[in-house]
Ligand binder design. Structure first.
Ligand code: GLU
Length: 306
């Protein structure tokens, strides 16, 4: 009997490992995954436009160099993740970047992804280190002073990630006196700092979300806060150790960041997002990436054209 049980669980482990490999995810102990679990076979193909003419200084420069430089996140499974061995980027934001790039005339091999952390996005865009930034980038007025956005293409909301055995933290009303980790330059960190009297949390700040995940797993902090879409990815990676609690307590509309004043590029990016939302490839891309972490597909918010 004992043997049979072991054989059965070994078979389960093997099946999981095989399916994880087929999907591009990597399976670790206790069903943990790293990097998300993209269904690579279900990803849409994007037709690359030819002879694209947009009166944008940024795009013209990219056309000259033959590469579109896209700022991305590298440690957010299901959204923007760089595989440490293949160096390839994957996730929903990466797909959004690919669909936009295709409409601007750049195929997958002509995109150069660059990891840009939350605190340096505005600088990277305004200094021309990236042509576009596609990385869980909340559109807000403060940031609009420095950069422009095309979007919103997705609506996220601030949430909390805790250890699986956590009992006392159930939402933003129960983080008083708790150590809550987030990332420098992010809106969720700003929210708990600006509203200290409301939430009463003790903010702990790092440069990367994976540093917060580590702190949380090691018991150094009590919770981690950022967008639900990001947190669900970490919870899906470690279903036996982490969970997302409560309801979202902010609105985080995601936009594609670009150089302020480049109206033509902004419109071209908006046209691209709109076209892919209409032809179904946006949903297809979502279902093959972020949709696999427990964030159900919802109709995207209306794009803003100003
Ligand atoms: N969406 C939020 C922001 O733009 C949090 C996620 C992030 O840090 O990228 O700040």
């Amino acid at each position: 009997m004992k043997f049979r049980k072991t054989a059965a669980s070994a078979a389960v482990v093997l099946t999981l490992a095989l399916s994880a490999t087929a999907c591009g995810g990597k399976e670790g102990p206790a069903g943990d995954k790293t990097g998300g679990d993209t269904d690579t076979k279900a990803l849409p193909k994007y037709k690359v436009a030819e002879d694209v003419k947009v009166d944008s200084p940024v795009l013209k420069k990219a056309q000259k160099r033959g590469k579109l430089i896209v700022g991305a996140k590298s440690d957010q499974p299901y959204l923007g993740f760089q595989d440490p061995s293949s160096k390839k980027y994957e996730g929903f934001d990466i797909e959004v970047a690919k669909m936009v790039a295709a409409d601007l005339g750049f195929g997958e091999k002509d995109i150069q992804f660059k990891t840009i952390d939350s605190s340096v996005r505005e600088t990277a865009i305004s200094k021309g280190q990236v042509d576009l930034m596609v990385g869980t980038y909340t559109i807000n007025d403060e940031r609009k002073k420095q950069v422009a956005f095309a979007g919103p293409y997705y609506m996220a909301g601030q949430d909390l990630l805790v250890r699986k055995d956590e009992k006392s933290i159930k939402g933003p009303d129960s983080i008083k006196g708790k150590k809550v980790c987030s990332v420098t330059g992010s809106t969720p960190l700003q929210n708990i700092k600006d509203n200290k009297s409301k939430y009463g949390a003790e903010p702990v700040e790092f440069g990367k979300y994976t540093d917060c995940v580590k702190q949380l797993l090691d018991g150094q902090v009590d919770a981690m806060t950022t967008d639900d879409a990001i947190l669900k990815g970490y919870a899906a990676e470690r279903p036996t150790k982490l969970k997302v609690v409560g309801e979202t307590f902010s609105e985080e509309p995601y936009g594609i960041g670009l150089k302020k004043g480049d109206k033509e590029l902004q419109n071209a990016v908006l046209d691209a997002v709109e076209a892919h939302q209409k032809d179904g490839s946006y949903k297809k891309a979502y279902d093959a990436t972020l949709g696999r972490s427990g964030s159900k597909f919802e109709e995207p918010p209306a794009l803003e054209r100003d």
